[in-house]
Design a protein around this ligand. Sequence first.
Ligand code: SF4
Length: 401
Amino acid sequence: MNSSAKVVIPVTELESPAFCSDDKEKLKAQTLTDEFAVGVRWQKIPNEYVKMDVSDLDNRIRNAKSKLSERLLILGHHYQRDEVIQYADYTGDSYKLSKFAASNKSAEYIVFCGVHFMAETADILSTDFQKVVLPNLTAGCSMADMAEEDDVIDCWDDLDNLLASDGGITPITYMNSSAAIKGLCGKNGGIVCTSSNAVDAFKWALKNNERILFLPDQHLGRNTALKLGFKLDEMIIWNPFKPLGGNTKSAIKKAKIILWKGHCSVHTRFNTNQIDLARSKYPDVNVIVHPECTMEVVNSADYVGSTEYIKDMIENSKQGSIWAVGTEISLVNRISTMYPEKNIFCLDSAVCPCSTMYRIHPAYLCWVLESFLDGEIVNQISVEPDIKRDSIVALNRMLQL
Ligand code: SF4
């Protein structure tokens, strides 16, 4: 099966009680049979793997890894569960992992334990000889899914009609978008960015044009524009479900920044009440959040930055420091276990992982690795050649920033 095969990615289960609780223990991997019992609809795999317990899976994954040796590279995103990240040869946020995927030209199989857009990016940046595999094809990203290709094309056509004779507009897409959207940006003078380099991508775009279309995360776009000195009344939202995105022609012509109406379900759970509560409990607390959080949360935090920045800041802080963190719970728990001498906790007391990242269960990893040993490649992600050609333009612009 490859990425062009039709896979229905279910809507996020984030709000389901199965995924949000006050019990960290619930995040521990069980057999897939038990995890399926809460009603999730993930990719079906052979029954043998569905029933296997975590310790059997562990033995078989380690055995397959050692047999595949240098032919295999496992990449693990920081938000991945502990029971999966332990097998990663390299871990990072999407920016770090995309740079790594671009630099590694030797592994035959790249297994991306992350979400769909990350595996697509790895496929775009890797060589033809390398096969990129996403262990569970339903591991999408609810934010990336908010920018459907057809809707973005309609938006781009509208903007082109209105603005082409008036200086045009430069598209910037966040890494968390499909390869097709990255391709649209590459074809139209645009660029890809991550939360680590969004400011530089904006500066790059503003050298060529005074207007920016940013998609799909309105919050990262707004927070970045504010950091660069833009005012809120210079920004409008593009709602793909309304004609002209819900704007008048004159508002579009006047706007400097057009923000696609998308968001991350994980990072928009944080709010300023949680920050106030943390500060009232711990007057010396450092509040650190991701720029996918809302403007109010970002403005109220002490530090704001990418997942990698958050990790580095906490790792390099002094013993005994206190951190209230506004990012994905699996990473927060992991850092807190690594540094027991620091008090590190998630701003949100409910335990809500990124539910799509969570779909990579060790059983899926075991299945794809053992399939390689049987000479079969399952769940290969292969981006169409024309989309690859256009998106690599936008990705290379980012890598050269
Ligand atoms: S944390 Fe948010 S943006 Fe990141 S993969 Fe999950 S849903 Fe997508």
